[in-house]
Write a protein that binds this ligand. Structure first.
Ligand SMILES: *Cc1c(COP(=O)(O)O)cnc(C)c1O
Length: 414
């Protein structure tokens, strides 16, 4: 007597891949997540029309996806631009921008204080293709005027700069660039459209590392560029061909993040303002960098072109690296983390992390003092942040680290 063997094929394999494909999403309240690489065509003619560009429609997620498109439309609107293209990361956006706009023989002019990897991208990788990079001092218009010439096709800047919060006159730099036929791209990662809208100041392109304040929760990498439909068409061509694409899942997260961007930015700014003033009163602190302080050397310019000051600040403690490390190591609530724009507050010692590959002379020029500390303010209760930071200041103020005679502000510049 043998038991009837189980039929190994007693399973509806076709239904496993087709049942439920007609799910109706029209009354779904949150934007549906189109986690798909491909799209179906109603007919052979439909496929031909979409592929040849005669008809709008999705072809392949490398270059269009409904969820990514929803994110692009939302951020374009917030920046006051007609269109946007999203990318896998901020660097993916910057690399794609170069591929879209530049060719051998062209020049880039960039502010010295931009994100370090942006400098490497221009200098090392674009340089290989015969694209020349020059660097200008963000705050000095004559330095921009000198660097921009007939070969310059693209001007790139970040204002305020990270971590020293220097401000560039975006309107004036745009005028200089446009007079010589160059396009201007402003990296607006630090302030987001809540506090600065560079298109209104004349910028042709706005760049974001969207995993910073836009996501604001440290979950996803993405980048985005906003600008005119003509420029975005060039960028989408690069996306289609070089594949620096944003994941639909990340775009879906970022769509939701944009809904809370304003309240998060207002809250981190309130705390940053209160902390900048409070930190400046500590006896171990030589200098605080934050555009919201009356003492900021470019306060007027910042107030003219920004609608707020954001959640990033830096300050210099007496006692150089040793005091700065003691301060970092005393933190309990604030994370020792080199990222920015998270719900959680984060502190960094730039000289030994983000800027450690620079020579001492380059750090000096960039204003990265040995005692400089950067704080990305999060959403914790202000009083709890004061307790944690206060404890770290107590440690260095009680210790001997800074008890040598004050070497005044000069120490902060070295
Ligand atoms: C992080 C950052 C970038 C790079 O973005 P990724 O998403 O990390 O590739 C570019 N610009 C600024 C200002 C940044 O902070």
């Amino acid at each position: 007597m043998h038991a009837k063997p189980v039929d190994p094929h007693d399973f509806d394999a076709s239904s496993a891949v087709h049942v439920g494909r007609d799910c109706d999403m029209t009354d779904v309240f949150c934007e549906p997540l189109a986690m798909t690489s491909a799209y179906t065509f109603a007919s052979a003619r439909d496929a031909w029309e979409r592929f040849s560009g005669q008809k709008e429609g999705n072809v392949y997620t490398r270059f269009t996806n409904p969820t990514v498109r929803a994110f692009e439309r939302r951020i374009a609107h917030l920046e006051g631009a007609d269109d946007a293209v999203a990318f896998a990361s901020g660097m993916g956006a910057i690399a794609s921008l170069c591929h879209a706009l530049l060719q051998q023989g062209d020049g880039i002019v960039c502010s010295r204080d931009v994100f370090g990897t942006t400098v490497s991208a221009f200098r090392h990788y674009m340089g290989r293709f015969g694209i020349r990079s020059r660097f200008a001092e963000l705050t000095d218009l004559s330095s921009w005027a000198e660097a921009i010439d007939e070969r310059t096709r693209l001007v790139v800047l970040e204002s305020p700069s990270n971590p020293t919060l220097k401000v560039g006159d975006i309107r004036a730099i745009c005028r200089l660039a446009h007079a010589r036929g160059a396009l201007v791209a402003v990296d607006n990662t630090l302030l987001t459209p809540v506090f600065q809208r560079p298109h209104r100041l004349g910028a042709d392109l706005v760049i974001h590392s969207a995993g910073k304040y836009i996501d604001g929760q440290g979950r996803a990498l993405a980048g985005v560029v906003t600008g005119s439909p003509e420029l975005m068409k060039e960028l989408r061509g690069v996306l289609r061909t070089l594949g620096t694409s944003c994941s639909p899942f990340n775009a879906w997260l970022l769509l939701k993040s944009l809904e809370t961007l304003d309240v998060r930015m207002q809250r981190v700014q309130d705390s940053a303002l209160a902390l900048a003033d409070w930190i400046g009163r500590r006896e171990s602190v030589l200098q605080v960098h934050y555009t919201g302080l009356e003492s900021h050397p470019q306060r007027d310019l910042a107030c003219r072109q920004q609608h707020g000051h954001g959640g990033l600040l830096s300050f210099c403690v007496r006692g150089g690296q040793s005091a700065a490390w003691q301060w970092i190591d005393a933190l309990q609530l604030v994370a020792r983390c080199t990222n920015i724009g998270d719900t959680r507050s984060m502190a960094t010692h730039p000289a030994t992390t983000t800027h450690c590959r620079l020579s001492e002379a380059e750090r000096h020029t960039a204003g990265i003092a040995d005692g400089l500390l950067r704080l990305s303010v999060g959403l914790e209760a202000l009083d709890d942040l004061k307790v944690d930071l206060g404890r770290a200041f107590d440690v260095i103020e009680r210790g001997a680290a800074w008890c040598e005679p004050v070497r005044a502000v000069a120490e902060c510049r070295s």
